[in-house]
Design a protein around this ligand. Structure first.
Ligand code: AMP
Length: 125
């Protein structure tokens, strides 16, 4: 069920719990600003999630409220994780689902990194 991305941040969401170490995840990268881990239901041979450590629901929430160091750190982390996963040469896709029409299910900003196969057209027609 998609979430309403205009709602306040919910500290009980599953990615907040992963950040606090309350539930397990298969971590591939962590720094002061970001955490990256494998998606639990992969939709491509490589399917990673990168999340900022701060309490942000969506991209626009993050863009409006995060400070410059958080934004730079998160963007750099996404690039670092893609590079370390060996995706730069074959190519890959970044995706951030936001709110109802974006079919966002977890109300903590996350960027999906897909790779490892030809990913086809951008959106289903
Ligand atoms: P969305 O909010 O639609 O961008 O998608 C949320 C993503 O989080 C889905 O791809 C889920 O498979 C993934 N997901 C949900 N719970 C977990 C979890 N505990 N560990 C890793 N990935 C998860």
């Amino acid at each position: 069920m998609p979430i309403d991305a205009t709602l306040p941040y919910d500290d009980t969401n599953i990615f907040a719990r992963i950040l606090r170490g309350e539930i397990p995840s298969t971590r591939v990268y962590e720094d002061a600003f970001a955490l990256a881990f494998h998606d639990i239901a992969p939709q491509a041979p490589t399917h990673l999630l990168v999340i900022p450590k701060g309490r942000y629901v969506s991209w626009d929430d993050f863009a409006a409220k995060a400070d410059d160091a958080e934004i730079a750190g998160f963007v750099r982390a996404v690039g670092h994780v893609a590079r370390e996963a060996g995706l730069v040469e074959p190519g890959y896709r970044l995706l951030a689902n936001i709110g109802g029409h974006g079919h966002q299910e977890v109300p903590h900003l996350h960027v999906h990194i897909f790779g490892g196969r030809q990913l086809g057209a951008m959106l289903p027609r």
